[in-house]
Design a protein around this ligand. Structure first.
Ligand SMILES: [Zn+2]
Length: 75
């Protein structure tokens, strides 16, 4: 009886492995690159690019962080 259970377990294991394998073959094509939907801006102080929503705007200039904003406009 145990032999049958082991056999069934083995068959199930092979079956699931084959299933996994065939599924990985189907997904062989590379995923499309993530689209940049948001506008990217450049920090005028250090030149790093970052999304507009994360940038700091000061006197029509973008900055990556408060520190760089203060370096440019220390007031
Ligand atoms: Zn910066």
């Amino acid at each position: 009886m145990i032999k049958i259970l082991l056999l069934l377990a083995g068959v199930w294991l092979i079956y699931s492995l084959l299933k996994k394998y065939s599924r990985s073959l189907e997904k062989d094509e590379p995923a499309p690159p993530a689209q940049i939907e948001e506008d990217m801006v450049r920090c005028v102080q250090c030149g790093v690019h970052l999304p507009r929503s994360e940038a700091l705007l000061s006197r029509d200039e973008f900055f990556c962080c408060e520190e760089h904003r203060r370096l440019r406009h220390p007031d």
